[in-house]
Structure formats: structure tokens, C-alpha cells
Design a protein around this ligand. Structure first.
Ligand code: PBE
Length: 267
């Protein structure tokens, strides 16, 4: 087909994820910005529901338009493509940043040092996410730590062990962030910290760090995905810079769909 009836085929619906996700807000913006999306809707429920709908569509080679992101196993499992986004609503390449509460550097300098150094590659995160398909995140993260002792040693070099100092890491409820949070937890625990992981929505994550309810988060996707939340609390937390490069969000379709751009989604 030439893509002219895609809208009708998918009932003018973008299959989204949780209402509180950054990508949900970006998709709401896309619905406003692209004139050709007039009359389209975003359906929000959960990542699990989106993945089920995607699996069903692919099984039947039916069209589907999802709110998608990478790193994520769906790209390894299925043939998928990002739709071009000529208006740049979803931003370009994203990075994941580490933010900490003000005062952490002075109060828990050893944790600060480790968090400041924590960075890894897309492949590292993906290997934890893949392993976690068959086991708990705790185990998958432990496996990564065991296999990457050199990298971990770089983060902990010269850091004095502590005796049960508590530290709270705030994360968002997606596998990318479960991976980084569990790896950081293990590394901090090996240094004697007592680590609590608290999953919250992206908007709450920035607020929690700004208000000092949590110590740190490895979960902000920037500059676009969580950019609005970031700006709202800017100056009220410390940004330690990227811990992973090369993330991305956007509208995603199976490669068998004969469209390339968001502008090919017809009203
Ligand atoms: N995500 C994964 C999240 C952040 C990590 C892209 C689904 C979001 O807030 O959209």
C-alpha cells in the first residue's frame, strides 16, 4: 500500500504506555504538532499491554503504531523502525543522566564518588535487560557486576568502604532503569551501603531529588524525554552528567509497514 489507509487500519490509534511516562507527554505533543494526526488518539495503559498488542500485531502481520524507545529488547526480537520525526517532537538521540540531591557530596562523599563515576554502554544495559527476561533483576544485575569487575573497579577506585550508611535511589518503572538501579545498588552494597530502591513516575523523580526525599537517580532521559520535568526543578538538584549515551524515543512500527515518517500517518 502507499500508506494512505494506515489511519483507518489502526483505528487512528497510537498504542502508548503508562500515562506518566515522558514518551506519553511527547506523543501528546506530536498529536498537537502534526496536522496529519488530527483525529488520532493515544491509547495509554502499560508497557506490558503495549508489548502484548505489538506481539499480536506482528504475529498477524497487521499494522500497529506504538510509542517506542531504545534500549529495549523489542528491537532485537522484532523487525521494527522509528518513524521519521521532521518536527523533532521526540528530540534526537537521548542520554540518560545521573542526578543527586544537594548536599549529598558533603554528607555521603563515598556514594557521591561512585554515582559520579557510574557510566556504561548501551550493550551493558541491554545485557542486563536481556538476562532479566528469565530471572530477577537482582540476579541479572549481579551477573553483570560479576562479569564486569574491571568497570566496577573504575567506579569504586580509592573509595573508602562505609558501615551501613543508608542511601535511597529513585528510579522510574521501566526495565532500562531497573537495570541501572540494580547494578548501582549492588556496587554500593559492596562498599558497605544499605541501598533502598524507590520506583516513581518521572515527574516525582525530579521532585524527590529536589526535595531531598531521595539521594540520587540514574533515570532521567534527556534532553527531550524528561526535559519538561528537568526544567521545572532545575537548580534544585545536582546533575552529574550522562551515565549512558544513545537512547531514543519515538513512534515505532513494524518494518513491513510501508511508511517512513510520522507525516505518512494520514488523517
Ligand atoms: N521510557 C523508558 C521512559 C523513560 C525510560 C522511555 C519509556 C519515559 O519516561 O518515557
Amino acid at each position: 500500500g502507499d500508506g494512505t489507509n494506515v489511519g483507518e487500519e489502526v483505528d487512528y490509534t497510537i498504542t502508548g504506555i503508562e500515562p506518566g511516562a515522558g514518551i506519553t507527554e511527547a506523543t501528546d505533543n506530536a498529536l498537537k504538532e502534526y496536522e496529519n494526526l488530527a483525529g488520532w488518539e493515544q491509547q495509554n495503559s502499560s508497557t506490558t499491554a503495549m508489548l502484548t498488542a505489538l506481539a499480536d500485531a506482528i504475529e498477524n502481520e497487521e499494522p500497529i503504531v506504538i510509542a517506542g524507545w531504545s534500549p529495549h529488547f523489542k528491537f532485537a526480537k522484532y523487525d521494527l523502525k522509528y518513524l521519521e520525526d521532521p518536527k523533532g517532537v521526540y528530540g534526537d538521540v537521548e542520554y540518560i543522566s545521573t542526578i543527586v540531591r544537594k548536599g549529598l557530596k558533603e554528607e555521603k562523599p563515598e556514594a557521591y564518588k561512585i554515582l559520579d563515576r557510574f557510566h556504561w554502554e548501551t550493550e551493558d544495559m541491554e545485557s542486563v535487560m536481556l538476562a532479566a527476561q528469565d530471572m530477577e533483576f537482582e540476579k541479572a544485575a549481579q551477573q553483570w557486576v560479576d562479569e564486569n569487575q574491571e568497570k566496577v573497579a573504575e567506579w569504586t577506585k580509592g573509595v573508602e568502604p562505609v558501615d551501613g550508611t543508608s542511601i535511597e535511589l529513585v528510579l522510574t518503572p521501566w526495565d532500562t532503569e531497573r537495570s541501572s538501579a540494580h547494578v548501582a545498588k549492588i556496587v554500593l552494597e559492596e562498599q558497605g551501603f544499605e541501598v533502598k530502591l524507590t520506583p516513581v513516575d518521572p515527574s516525582i523523580m525530579f521532585q524527590a531529588i529536589a526535595e531531598g526525599d531521595g539521594d540520587a537517580s540514574l533515570a532521567p532521559w534527556l534532553p527531550a524525554t524528561h526535559g519538561a520535568f528537568y526544567e521545572k526543578f532545575e537548580g534544585e538538584f545536582e546533575d552529574l552528567g550522562e551515565n549512558l549515551k544513545g537512547a531514543k524515543i519515538g513512534l515505532v512500527v513494524p518494518t513491513y509497514m510501508d511508511i517512513d515518517s510520522i507525516e505518512d500517518l494520514k488523517p
